[in-house]
Structures are given as C-alpha cells and as structure tokens.
Design a protein around this ligand. Structure first.
Ligand code: GLY
Ligand code: MN
Ligand code: MN
Length: 456
C-alpha cells in the first residue's frame, strides 16, 4: 500500500494506532500469563532466517516466524528478535547490518513503533550483547539463528509455552479484525481483477498476474501460493502449475487466493463458469449452500457440527444435480460425499492462513478428538466471539478418489455417465472469511466484495 495507490476502506495509520495500543497490551498480558504458567522469566522471539540455496549465493524467499508477527507487523526482516520481560516495554532488536549488496531494513516508523524500544543490531553478536547475560530462565521461539539459542542456556521452543501462546490467538482483537478486513478488501480487489482476466481468455499465469497487480503484492508477500486452476485443473486441491498458455477452451476457473495486510491473511476462493449451463448452475447451488452454512456460524457452535451439516447439504446438491443414485442420507452414511468433498469445511484464520490452536481443548488440556469419519479437520473448537474462520465447501471431480469409489461398494451410488460431463470442469469451491460474533458472524469477504463494487 502506498500513497500513490490508496485503497479506500484500508484503515489509516491513526485508526490502526488507536487500535494497536490495546491490542499490544493484550499480547503482553497473554504472554505474561503464559510465561508465569510455564515458569519462564522472559521471552525471545526470532523473526526467521534467510535461507541460502545449496552451493549458491542466492536465497529462498524469506518466510517470517508467525510468533514474531504476533508482536510487530513486519514480514520481511530476517534475524530480528522481540525481547519481552513482563512489566517492561517490549524491545525489537532490529537487524541492521552494514551491507552494500542488499539494502538493510530501515528503522521502521509507523503506528506501532512508539510502543517498542527499537535496538539496532549490526549482527548476532550485537543482538546477544543486547540481551540479559543470564538466559537460563528464558524461553526462545523460532529457529536457532546462528547458534544464539544453543549457546545461551535458554530453552528452545518449549512445547507447553507454545500451546499457552497459541491457544488465545483464536480470539482476535479489534486491531486484528481491522487488519483481517483490510486483507479481505485487498483480496477482493485481486479477485475482481482475476475474474476479468478469466473473462478475457487469460492463461492461469495471466490471471495470477492480474490478481497480484490488483493487490499490489508480490507472490512472496501473499499469505499462501494462489491456486489458479482452469478447467479440470480445479480437481487438484492445491493445484500449483500456473500454465502460461491459455487452454483451447475456457470452461471454468477455480481461484483460491488471499492477500496480506500487516501480517494478517485473507483466504478467499471463487469459482466461475465461462458459459451458462449445468456447471454454472452447480456453482450457483454451491454458492447458496455456502451462504446457508455461513448463517449457521455463531458463538457456541461446535465446528464439527458445521462440517457434518456441510456434508448433508452437499449430498442434497449432488442428489438435485442427479450425480448420485441414492438418497442424501445414504450418500453421507456411505462416505460418497467425501469422494466429492475430501477436505475440512474451514479453519482458523489470522497471522497464518491455517492459524494456530484449532485443535486445542485448552493450553494444558490436550487436543479435541476429531470425528472418526473426518480425522483430518483443522478446527475442532467450539466457536467463540472473536474467532475468525473460513467457510469453504466444495464439490470436486477428483480422479483418484473417483477411481477408489468405482472400485468399492460406493460404485452403484454414483451416476457415472452424468459425472463424465462435469469432469472437464474440475471442481467448485466457494470460500469466505467470517468473524464470529455473539449472535452470528460478520462476513469479512462478502463485505469486502461489496466495498470493491463487484459481484460476490
Ligand atoms: N487456501 C488454503 C485453504 O483454503 O485452506
Ligand atoms: Mn481456507
Ligand atoms: Mn483457500
């Protein structure tokens, strides 16, 4: 985001600054409680390491440690540290090497910087010197950069402390909600441009470029690699190929792409049909199904119930589309719906696209048991106000899953001849981000599409 390309509805520095102070106070409070529960005096969090390519002088794109982004909205600064001692202002040890090959990170000046003591450190030795001499009661989160952790007697990534810090990340503060709204707004701009590129006959590559340009983000700045799948490529759930040539015919586009704002992610999927017809009708049916599921999101709901309900509704859509020969109940009970919808119905969203803590009963309470027939869900917690979740039902025509069903007792339950006509379209997923409230949910994504002035 720059002055030259202002995006309306992205919160300004004044608004963010007002929201950031109470947010940081809450981060400090949570951290203090976690340190006390786990008997540590203080906490060091490493931003991450810039990884070199084997026997080369280039590096891989930098990926920040999410535990660092909890503190500061910096996603592109390797080898920095947060140091927090309860009761004191947090410190940011900012890596500022003397370098003329690469430009060192400038000293940040933004709505959040006043809240930190920022200590420039030319190298790891300077960072070590800026930390207390005795680190025997210190917890350290992140990679052991240059041996700082190993050499200092501190405790590296204590699992119990990590659970105590991850568990409360599910509750988003007003500041975090503002950032997630902004990430959705940027994502909606990207999706609008991507839909236009699809309508113009673009290749997958062109569609992704349109998305990036509209968000004004490089791929490495996005919260995850976009999934831009034309036609039957939509049947690969995390399709990544990005063909540079357009296919002979444009039948469908499944695009799962989000933007990042101040370290927070949006995670948005839309599916488009190139022409009216049966697939377009199915997309509409899935959109109605998705919006129906969104209305069920509220505090007190067990997420596993939403997942089960999604399968019941998908079974009804399959039945109405004449893709199954059995009743909707039988399609769920026999596992036929899992052939078409093999992933979870959503997950927590925040600093990470699959945000931390989705399976926890409590910091010290172990994890919640998944349903036997859906063992790989990413979210099992009962919803509470402040949680942000995705809602992402889908129907896909996935070759290996169909082949397995054709070879077992499910074979007679699927209308194979009819299915053949839809396979070249790949699949459908519709995904929004929802902030849970006491009485329902705010749909961050639909609101963002409305603000972007585009179809949902
Ligand atoms: N974009 C990854 C997901 O939807 O979970
Ligand atoms: Mn998702
Ligand atoms: Mn997604």
């Amino acid at each position: 985001m720059t002055e030259r390309y202002p995006t309306p509805c992205i919160p300004d520095a004044l608004t963010l600054g007002t929201l950031f102070a109470p947010h940081l106070a809450e981060v400090c409070r949570r951290t203090e409680a976690a340190l006390e529960a786990c008997a540590y005096r203080d906490l060091i969090v490493h931003s991450g390491t810039q990884r070199p390519v084997f026997q080369d002088d280039r590096t891989y794109p930098f990926e920040v440690n999410a535990a660092f982004k909890v503190w500061v909205p910096l996603s592109d600064v390797p080898d920095c540290f947060i140091h927090f001692i309860p009761g004191r202002r947090p410190r940011l040890l900012l890596h500022q090497p003397t370098d003329y090959w690469y430009k060192p990170a400038p000293r940040p000046q933004a709505y959040w910087t006043e809240a930190f003591d920022i200590v420039p450190c030319a190298d790891l030795r300077a960072a070590r010197a800026a930390l207390p001499g005795d680190l025997s009661h210190t917890a350290y989160l992140g990679e052991d950069s240059g041996g700082l952790a190993g050499a200092s007697g501190l405790t590296l990534n204590p699992p119990r402390l990590i659970r105590h810090l991850d568990y409360p990340r599910a509750w988003k503060s007003p500041y975090e909600l503002a950032c997630l709204r902004a990430a959705n707004r940027l994502g909606a701009d990207g999706h609008r441009a991507a839909a236009q590129a699809f309508a113009a006959g673009g290749a997958e590559f062109d569609i992704e470029m349109a998305f990036l340009a509209a968000c004004r983000q490089r791929e490495q700045e996005l919260p995850y690699n976009p999934i831009v799948a034309l036609n039957d490529n939509g049947a690969t759930l995390h399709y990544q190929m990005l063909e540079k040539h357009p296919p002979r015919a444009h039948r469908s586009l499944l695009i799962d792409a989000g933007a990042e704002f101040a370290g927070y992610a949006s995670d948005i999927t839309r599916t488009y049909a190139a022409t009216p017809g049966e697939f377009a009708d199915l997309v509409q049916a899935m959109d109605r199904l998705q919006q129906g599921l969104c209305t069920r999101v509220a505090a007190g709901i067990d997420w596993r119930e939403i997942h089960r309900l999604a399968h019941e509704r998908v079974a009804e859509v399959l039945r109405a589309a004449d893709l199954i020969t059995c009743s909707a109940e039988t399609a769920v009970a026999s596992g036929v719906t899992r052939v078409f919808l093999p992933h979870g119905i959503g997950h927590l969203l925040g600093l990470e696209v699959h945000d931390a803590g989705g399976l926890m009963r409590a910091p010290d309470g172990g994890d919640i048991d998944p349903p036997e027939d859906h063992p790989h869900l990413r979210l099992l917690r009962t919803l509470e106000p402040g949680f942000v979740v995705t809602m992402e039902p889908g129907i896909y025509f996935i070759e290996p899953l169909l082949a397995a069903a054709r070879a077992d007792a499910r074979a007679p339950l699927i209308r194979w001849t009819h299915l053949e006509a839809l396979r070249p379209y790949g699949g459908i997923r519709i995904e929004d981000d929802l902030a849970v409230t006491a009485t329902g949910a705010e749909n961050l994504t639909r609101d963002a599409f409305t603000l972007a002035g585009t179809a949902q």
